[in-house]
Design a protein around this ligand. Structure first.
Ligand SMILES: C[S@@+](CC[C@H](N)C(=O)[O-])C[C@H]1O[C@@H](n2cnc3c(N)ncnc32)[C@H](O)[C@@H]1O
Length: 204
């Protein structure tokens, strides 16, 4: 039964079903402005984090890779270049609007043909056991309602010895940084969302 279970949605505690609904609504709403907002909100630094993660992936020509919660395809695009024509790169996301946006971007970059787009929930992946050399999930795990189920599902589709890369935010550990980070998160982000995407709520 999932009816009584609660989880976090931002700073709120909500029921599981409500979280799925809200996460879906956020990404339906932000899909069109998602990439520009990423650049603005992180001052472009998300590109460095993603490059760093990819460097740890061990992906090479012929690798089979799943970019989960892949959204608009930043990681999948890089991974597709690394895996080459003999490899397999799957971009999976639960949200149709984000997948559409990702497909359009990768088409523009001339690499959509080498990536398979699959609408899927991380909690019950529709892929065979022991299939992928690498699974990546960037800024996606926090959006998943049943994280244990998702991690089990990722483990199942990874080959023995395969690699899982989880790129995610954490809590500031530098002394004095926490108040600045809170100011940025609670005040600046919604303001940027309002000004650029006309949607403060999704960035709260
Ligand atoms: C913040 S975006 C990250 C997109 C991309 N990985 C990036 O780093 O730019 C989070 C993505 O997670 C997806 N997502 C949320 N819950 C999911 C789930 N249960 N299964 C698969 N994808 C999910 C959303 O639809 C959204 O595209």
């Amino acid at each position: 039964m999932t009816g009584d279970k609660t989880t976090h949605f931002g700073c709120e505690q909500v029921g599981w079903v409500e979280k799925v609904r809200r996460v879906g609504a956020v990404f339906d709403s932000v899909a069109d402005k998602y990439d520009v907002m990423n650049d603005v909100m992180s001052f472009g630094v998300h590109r460095v984090w993603k490059r760093f993660a990819i460097e740890l992936s061990g992906v090479h020509k012929g690798s089979r890779v799943l970019d989960l919660a892949g959204g608009t395809g930043d990681l999948a695009a890089r991974l597709a270049r690394m895996a080459g024509a003999d490899g397999e790169v799957v971009l999976a996301d639960i949200n149709g609007a984000m997948l559409e946006r990702g497909r359009a971007r990768l088409l523009d970059q001339g690499i959509a043909g080498t990536v398979r787009f699959v609408q899927a929930n991380a909690e019950c992946l529709p892929f065979p056991d022991n299939h992928f050399d690498c699974v990546t999930i960037a800024f996606g795990l926090r959006n998943v309602t049943d994280k244990d189920a998702a991690l089990r599902s990722m483990y199942r589709v990874l080959k023995p010895g395969g690699r899982l890369l989880v790129l995610e935010f954490s809590k500031p550990t530098l002394p004095g940084l926490a108040p600045l980070y809170d100011l940025y998160s609670f005040k600046l982000l919604p303001l940027m969302g309002k000004l650029i995407a006309n949607d403060a709520e999704s960035y709260r």
